[in-house]
Design a protein around this ligand. Structure first.
Ligand code: GTP
Ligand code: MG
Length: 305
């Protein structure tokens, strides 16, 4: 059996469903997902191996107008994710708000410019079709995007329901070329377990908090060990500090009588237990580090450079 593989980057504006799509393709949750924009902060690799074929996906942060050093790093990760790939998947939203006269959002035009500059093959994915009541809106979207770029193909789909995802996969396999597999056939991601645990905690924060609070959060995992209890039962012990930018945010994260922090800990513990298949304990602290998103040293400490 001659091995084949392809590297495929997933790009698009924040919140369009890039990470949801990658998780759906892999059939496993590798990247965290939330309804807040800028959920993904770094490149995340997801690996799908079926027989001779290995598709390596690179989920990237949503491309947006940068407001701090972290934003700039996130946009840079998008560019890095486009280097040395065989194809790109540009994910856009099936929104009825678009019109032929209105054109495309600047961030998408910039990504398309980058596709042209790099002479990349690209598939246009119109995601969230489950939200689209009038299917005619699809025609507007297809016209809008294909007049800007010659996509190899256009696939409307729903990462949420899975509708159309097989069609996309069929198209992506066409990009694979004879080459040895870069990853072990049973690998699904390149993220260390420690990073995945910190991300699971951050996901719960993003999902539970509102407004500007979740964007200014980082999770610093201080302890992550697997051990046997006195009764001989295996347990994962997690201790993490949640970093936020303001004293007022700290209050919100802790909540009345510590209720919010307790809720976050419980939700994260359930995910961690499911992921490792054993019992877990999660202890959380909250610390303020003003303006950390502009401080290179702290950004480095949190692995976001
Ligand atoms: N209705 C619907 N919602 C979806 C679909 N795909 C994703 N979503 C939702 O859209 C939101 C954003 O999803 P993500 O996968 O985090 O989006 P993303 O593009 O990775 O976002 P960033 O990492 O912030 O750039 C979440 O609330 C998802 O549940 C879909 O096909 N249909
Ligand atoms: Mg994402």
């Amino acid at each position: 059996m001659k091995e084949k593989s392809a590297f495929i980057t997933i790009i698009g504006r924040p919140n369009v469903g890039k990470s949801s799509l990658m998780n759906r393709i892999l059939g496993q949750k590798v990247a965290i997902v939330s309804d807040k924009p800028q959920t993904t902060r770094t490149k995340i690799t997801g690996i799908l191996t079926k027989g001779a074929d290995q598709l390596v996906f690179i989920d990237t942060p949503g491309f947006h107008k940068p407001r701090n050093v972290l934003d700039k790093n996130m946009n840079k990760a998008v560019g890095d994710g486009m280097a040395d790939v065989d194809a790109a998947v540009l994910v856009v939203e099936a929104s009825p708000k678009f019109s032929l006269e209105g054109g495309l959002p600047p961030a998408e035009l910039e990504l398309i410019k980058e596709l042209k500059r790099r002479k990349l093959h690209a598939v246009l994915v119109i995601n969230k079709i489950d939200m689209l009541e009038k299917k005619e809106a699809l025609l507007t979207l297809i016209t809008l995007y294909t007049r800007e770029f010659e996509f190899d193909t256009v696939v409307p789909l729903s990462a949420k329901t899975g509708d159309g995802v097989d069609i996309l996969l069929g198209e992506l396999y066409k990009f694979s070329k004879p080459s040895p597999h870069y990853f072990d056939d049973d690998d699904i991601t390149d993220q260390p377990e420690k990073v995945m645990v910190a991300e699971m905690i951050r996901e719960k924060l993003l999902r539970s908090l509102n407004k500007e609070v979740p964007h200014g959060i980082a999770v610093d995992l201080e302890r992550f060990v697997e051990r046997d209890t006195a009764e001989g039962e295996p347990i994962v012990e997690v201790e993490a500090t949640i970093i936020c930018e303001k004293e007022s945010h700290k209050g919100i994260i802790i909540g009345k009588g510590g209720a919010m922090l307790k809720k976050i800990g419980t939700l994260a513990r359930r995910d961690i237990e499911e992921f490792f298949g054993i019992r877990a304990s999660v202890k959380l602290w909250v610390k303020v580090k003003e303006d950390w998103r502009n401080r290179e040293g702290l950004i480095h400490t949190f692995g976001l450079d």
